[in-house]
Design a protein around this ligand. Sequence first.
Ligand code: VGL
Ligand code: ZN
Length: 205
Amino acid sequence: MKALVLIDVQNDFMPGGALAVPEGDEIVPVINKLQQDFELVIATQDWHPEGHASFASSHLGKKEFESIKLGKTDQVLWPDHCVQNTKGAEFHTGLETSRIEAIFRKGTNPEIDSYSGFYDNEHLKSTGLSGYLKEKGATELYFCGLAAEFCVYFSIKDALAEGFSATLIEDATRALDESEFEKARKDILKRNGKILSSGDLNFKG
Ligand code: VGL
Ligand code: ZN
């Protein structure tokens, strides 16, 4: 069974938001239309406590978009974004949400970041998404949302490692940085993930 996974379609990743992805809002109508073709739709939500370790503001003397070692992983330091219960953390108002069956929140641990919807960046804790999808009988996952080379890419890598098939819907995502996204695309294909455009999906035959 196919499931559509919406990654972080939140105000802070939209133009004007705290961590804006260029043209991020252009994917919203594409995602709304896509949902009609799926039996199961789920979403993730970046959901940080104030003072989260991924925020540059939490590290004295560090600048936004600088990289530091956090635990065992390289951590990009972001502007404060998707703080729990703020407008920036809400889904884009244009997003159709009535068909979203479950929302998986991530990045809630103050000490560690979580790009993937499945695990934190050190793979210490699961969000429960993998078990949920398996219990529902989903085997083929389709990914859209923001940002393409971070949370979408990391979610796809984990999905493939969990034994799902994974397809990136390329017109339903946007990247912070095109050259990083290009590397991510190559890696997705190398891992046997697929990349398609929404127009190529032809489920109704
Ligand atoms: C994201 C950076 C920090 C994302 C989340 O949704 O891609 N990127 N937090
Ligand atoms: Zn975040």
